[in-house]
Design a protein around this ligand. Structure first.
Ligand SMILES: [Ca+2]
Length: 125
């Protein structure tokens, strides 16, 4: 995952404080990072380490039986003076299994863009 913004999100021109929420099937929800925020100033970019995941899930899928998992990813920005703002929100349909793919989550004005890597390859153990 990488996150880049072209905008100043805070009134005082400091930095945006971003976090992700992922809505999985039923009631599961995840936040990334679990605690804290990704702080970005205008034109800064954050790239996560390879071992960081917004969401992980195992699912047993029968061979030759196509399965689709839907995940909603929400990018929010925090402000101490008001409610957290939803910058971007999108539902992704992930075919299981599929090759590793990259998707873009961004706001309407394309100021803030997250590039997400979806890895839904077969796991054997
Ligand atoms: Ca803020």
């Amino acid at each position: 995952m990488s996150l880049k913004t072209l905008k100043d999100y805070d009134i005082l021109g400091w930095r945006g404080e971003f976090y992700f929420k992922v809505d999985g099937p039923k009631v599961f929800k995840a936040r990334f990072p679990n605690k804290g925020t990704i702080k970005l100033q205008k034109n800064q970019e954050f790239t996560s380490r390879a071992d960081m995941s917004l969401w992980s899930q195992f699912k047993t899928v029968k061979v030759d039986d196509p399965a689709i998992e839907k995940l909603k990813v929400i990018l929010r920005e925090m402000d101490h003076l008001k409610k957290d703002e939803t910058v971007a929100e999108q539902e992704f349909e992930i075919n299981l299994p599929s090759k590793t793919q990259y998707v873009i989550l961004q706001d309407e004005k394309e100021n803030t863009k997250a590039k997400l890597r979806i890895q839904a390859t077969r796991t054997r153990y």
